[in-house]
Design a protein around this ligand. Structure first.
Ligand code: CAP
Ligand code: MG
Ligand code: MG
Ligand code: MG
Length: 492
């Protein structure tokens, strides 16, 4: 492997800084690391600012120590083998306050455990006094490591096949108000959206077993609503049930209740609040229900990912780990088009990294599998074939299936095309909550407006022109274009 190229800062600066390291810190750096990409290491890039009194090299080594084998002093108990497990600072860009750290991935719990990795790389280190800023911006998994992790099994392509929906986004909603409807009122809104032409309904992220909306009744009435809507429209529908719960048993109880409520395979997904319920819940669902779409809602991710936060991790990092964990889809943001914070640089890069077989990150190009290098034709097919997991099912291929970007948060029919233009494609699920239920003529009209906005996109007709012959879209334009996405207090 070629030596790591020193960026921007003359070697002398490094050597001056190297001299300031104590023996403990020296054990966690190797600026001439041979073969960072030789398959032994998971690689991370952090934006890091040392606290006063420490230089970048000292702080970087302390981060590498705390996030792998070390603590704040050299301990007498370390062994020649334990030192082999040290994470190593292998590159820096002092100008941009960037640090590259290589983690021997033998450090991680065998059996494909994601929470264990995150406990290392964004665990204690986020609380260290040695840094005033520390944000994990990108991560790179070697193919040999990727093979140890589940990756998605039931994917967007399976959902497309079930719904018979191709060449356009899956059109969805979140039932609003977010909370407070009774089970039957909730189901009625689902019915309205589905008969209005929508494909996919999700529970909102706090939906659980509230006394005014008992879980078993919600499941029962949603099934009835879905049956009515399927019969009336002749189209398949999907509902994503939030199965997040206080404990494992209750989560599984909810999953089994849904499974045994008579839903067709493919007509239900399991939504999990992956950050507040935890990675163990995400991986439990992926392993126990490999034939169900596992929908990762990322409520509270803002504490880690918002640009204003100097401490945390990027949307890209969160999304890549969700794919590795086996989520079928994860919210990746509206790239600033909707109501939530986010930017094309953040959200679109994350969306592409969980969809594609080979994708450019902030610092790493990630390939999600290993193709026999000799087979050039096959490589061409995989790169061109968005349903690449079909190819990857052949045992000669090893790779991670696609994970679906779920695009939500302040979107409405007038913003569908603007988002597709930013995304550069239609391979995603979009869920519009207020964007549907705030429509002046109600949910069914809101759904029709969304379907019409999508038709206009597919026919390459401007929505304003299409609205001339599609009244629900015209009403949506009239209402939403005036309001934008800011949370407006409705004038009394
Ligand atoms: C969207 C949503 C989603 C957000 C989460 C909400 O509702 O239900 O939870 O999209 O953000 O509660 O805001 P609206 P993200 O469509 O009415 O905004 O998808 O970025 O994680
Ligand atoms: Mg929500
Ligand atoms: Mg969003
Ligand atoms: Mg929305």
């Amino acid at each position: 492997m070629k030596k790591s190229v020193k960026k921007t800062v003359p070697k002398s600066n490094y050597h001056a800084l190297l001299k300031t390291l104590n023996p403990h810190q020296q054990a966690y750096i190797s600026l001439d690391l041979e073969g960072a990409k030789n398959g032994e290491y998971m690689l991370c890039v952090f934006h890091m600012v040392p606290r006063k009194g420490l230089n970048s090299l000292q702080a970087a080594c302390e981060v590498a120590a705390e996030s792998s084998t070390g603590t704040n002093f050299l301990v007498k108990t370390e062994t020649p083998f334990s030192k082999k497990m040290n994470a190593l600072v292998y590159k820096l860009d002092l100008q941009k306050s960037l640090v590259w750290i290589a983690y021997p991935w033998r450090l991680f719990d065998r059996g494909g455990n994601i929470q264990n990795i995150l406990t290392y790389i964004v665990g204690n280190v986020l609380g260290m006094k040695e840094v005033s800023e520390l944000k994990l911006l990108d991560v790179w998994f070697p193919p040999t490591m990727i093979e140890q992790y589940d990756g998605p099994n039931y994917t967007l392509d399976d959902m497309r096949k079930y719904l018979g929906v191709y060449k356009r986004p899956i059109l969805g909603t979140i039932i609003k108000p977010k909370m407070g409807l009774t089970s039957s009122e909730y189901a009625e809104v689902c019915y309205d959206f589905w008969v209005g032409g929508g494909d996919f309904v999700k529970n909102d992220e706090p939906q659980a077993n509230q006394d005014f909306c008992p879980y078993d009744k919600m499941v029962k009435y949603v099934k009835e609503a879905m049956d009515r809507a399927v019969k009336e429209t002749g189209k398949k529908k999907v509902h994503s049930f939030n199965v997040s719960a206080s404990d494992y048993e209750t989560m599984i109880q909810r999953c089994e209740m849904i499974k045994n409520a008579g839903f067709e395979k493919g007509s239900y997904a399991f939504l999990i609040d992956g950050i507040t319920a935890g990675w163990m819940a995400v991986q439990t669902l992926r392993r126990k229900y490999p034939d169900v779409f596992i929908h990762f809602h990322r409520a509270s991710h803002g504490a880690y990912t918002r640009k204003e936060n100097p401490i945390g991790f990027s949307v890209l990092v969160l999304s890549k780990f969700a794919r590795l964990a086996g989520a079928s889809g994860i919210h990746t943001g509206t790239a600033g088009v909707g109501k939530m914070a986010g930017s094309p640089e953040e959200d679109i890069i994350a969306a592409k990294n969980i969809l594609q077989f080979v994708a450019k990150g902030h610092f790493f190009d990630q390939s999600w599998g290993r193709i026999p290098g000799r087979d050039k034709d096959a490589i061409k097919i995989v790169h061109e074939d968005h349903a690449h997991h079909v190819i990857l099912e052949h045992d000669s291929w090893r790779g991670v299936k696609k994970c679906c970007p779920i695009i939500s948060g302040g979107l409405n029919p007038t913003l569908l095309k603007p988002f597709i233009d930013v995304m550069g494609g239609v391979d995603f699920i979009t869920t519009m909550g207020a964007g549907c239920h705030a429509h002046p003529k109600g949910t069914q009209a809101g759904a029709r407006a969304l379907v019409q906005a999508c038709e206009a996109y597919q026919k390459k007709i401007d929505i304003h022109k299409y609205a001339k012959t599609h009244k629900e879209l015209a009403e949506a334009i009239e209402f939403f274009e005036k309001k934008g996405t800011e949370r407006k207090v409705e004038s009394a």
